[in-house]
Write a protein that binds this ligand. Structure first.
Ligand code: NAD
Length: 259
């Protein structure tokens, strides 16, 4: 099915051309599905795009490979002559302290989580510059600013993404390109399910992850997707250079312990 066939003629998003990375699973899948349902034309990039939402345009590229990323993005954007929205979401987890992981592990996670977003952004910018109201959403994490145990490498990669997002927002503001980041708490996706499954007591780990948010529950991927839609909305023209937390209050609320 072509993406155009799914679009409602009355949708305010029907002229919007969006690219979502990491769109075959979890948050990226939810973002791509929501954007498509809202009427956008969605390019759904993943290293394994077999599971991207129906109605999106599957794009195969590993964000570690600059030429593959550039080719896939150009193939998607060229027929429309532009990109309006980029959700730079592909990423991987890593569990451990600063003493864990090999040199190669550290380079791999930084290569995917930080340099991957740089490569996608570089390849998208020529197309975003052709939009009248472009918006970029970078995927950070609550771990960037909240010290979480066993997340040294992952947190460092996300802290760098958040810093990159602010710097890029400054570089692009005069061109009318808005850049913001999302900082989700613990989201119920395959990424977290894999960490839960590896725990000695998976159900205890699941409860621990739910209780990490003051709301007492894990964040749903759809909640993060709706926040991405809000940041993408050109009517929010003054929203740039900011980070929106979707973290159940993890980063800002201090509740008394329930003993
Ligand atoms: N799940 C959480 O609790 C949580 C919290 C905060 C931030 N995040 C961030 O949200 C993003 C998505 O996480 P998720 O939980 O949906 O993960 P997920 O594992 O469910 O999905 C990640 C997707 O990214 C793709 N991907 C991974 N490496 C890639 C590469 N090198 N090239 C192309 N595609 C690649 C995978 O194939 C997969 O489809 C990540 O950046 C993650 O760091 C997740």
């Amino acid at each position: 099915m072509k993406a155009e066939e799914t679009r409602s003629p009355s949708s305010p998003w029907r002229e919007t051309i969006a690219l979502v990375t990491g769109a075959a699973s979890g948050i990226g899948h939810a973002v791509a599905a929501l954007f498509k349902d809202e009427g956008m034309v969605v390019g759904a990039l993943d290293r394994d795009p077999g599971e991207v939402p129906e109605g999106c345009v599957p794009l195969c590229a590993d964000v570690r490979e600059p030429e593959a990323v550039k080719t896939a993005i150009a193939a998607f954007a060229e027929p429309y002559g532009r990109l309006d929205v980029l959700v730079n979401n592909a990423g991987i987890s890593f569990v451990g302290t600063v003493e864990d992981g090999t040199e190669e592990d550290w380079q791999r996670v930084i290569d995917i989580n930080l340099c991957g977003q740089m490569r996608v952004l570089r390849a998208s910018l020529p197309w975003l510059r052709k939009s009248v109201a472009a918006s970029v959403v970078m995927m950070s994490s609550c771990s960037a600013l909240n010290g979480l145990p066993q997340r040294a490498l992952y947190s460092a990669s996300k802290g760098a993404v958040e810093a990159l997002s602010h710097a890029v927002a400054a570089d692009l503001v005069r061109e009318g390109i808005r850049v913001n980041s999302l900082s989700p708490g613990t989201v119920r996706t395959p990424f977290m399910e894999r960490i839960i499954a590896r725990a000695a007591d998976p159900e205890a780990k699941r409860r621990e992850f739910a209780q990490r948010q003051p709301t007492g529950k894990m964040v749903e991927p759809g909640e993060v997707a709706r926040a991405a839609l809000f940041l993408a909305d050109p009517r929010n023209a003054s929203l740039t250079g900011t980070t929106l937390a979707v973290d159940g209050g993890m980063g800002s609320l201090r509740l008394p312990r329930e003993d």
